[in-house]
Ligand binder design. Structure first.
Ligand code: 5GP
Length: 175
């Protein structure tokens, strides 16, 4: 059991389970992208640990870059749009793998996907450490999913609660 700020969290996914599962995902990606040079887009901040562990075990020639989504949102006819910050690469005709920490409602990744697809990559796939199927509000095709979890708030292994907890080496759930 750990306390972060005003909340209590209990162990949920162990470090060993995460490492085992990440190795499986690395192997899947290595096989699927054999002979290609994918460009990994790591969505900061939450995906930094997952991405580090994942790419370490992928022996492909590849590129890795880091992006963020602006918390500032502008109103369009479609509603609030988070913009991509840090995508300097020309991604036209590239094989893109987006690395995310968690897909909850799916709204963030759906917006991100649309902006990426507008830049005409050859392919785009998503690798997410966690996914909450019950929370999904828009259909999103995710090829690589670490763990499907129930609709509860989690921290650790990159994920924070109000800025705290990203350095935990395993995942905890709100008690
Ligand atoms: P979505 O747009 O899919 O609802 O939200 C995705 C983002 O919400 C994630 O990238 C993450 O920052 C945050 N998020 C969603 N669920 C959780 C959770 O259980 N724990 C933490 N720490 N962040 C979450």
């Amino acid at each position: 059991m750990i306390n972060i700020l005003d909340k209590t969290f209990v162990p949920f996914i162990s470090r060993q389970s995460i490492e085992n599962r990440v190795l499986e995902l690395s192997a899947m990606i290595s096989k699927d992208y054999e002979g290609r040079c994918p460009l990994f887009l790591v969505v900061l901040n939450g995906a930094f640990l997952f991405a580090g562990e994942l790419v370490k075990h992928i022996p492909l020639t590849c590129e890795i870059t880091f992006i963020r989504l602006s918390s500032y949102s502008q109103t369009e006819s479609t509603g609030k749009v988070k913009e991509i910050i840090g995508l300097d690469n020309n991604i036209e005709n590239r094989d893109i793998i987006i690395i995310e920490d968690i897909v909850d409602t799916g709204l963030t990744i759906a917006q991100l996907l649309k902006q990426i697809e507008d830049k005409k990559p050859k392919s785009v796939e998503i690798a997410t450490l966690l996914h909450k199927p019950e929370a999904l509000k828009t259909p999103v095709a995710m090829r690589y999913i670490g763990f499907e979890i129930e609709n509860k708030f989690v921290v650790g292994y990159g994920l924070d609660y109000d800025g705290i907890g990203r350095n935990l080496d395993s995942i905890y759930v709100l008690a």
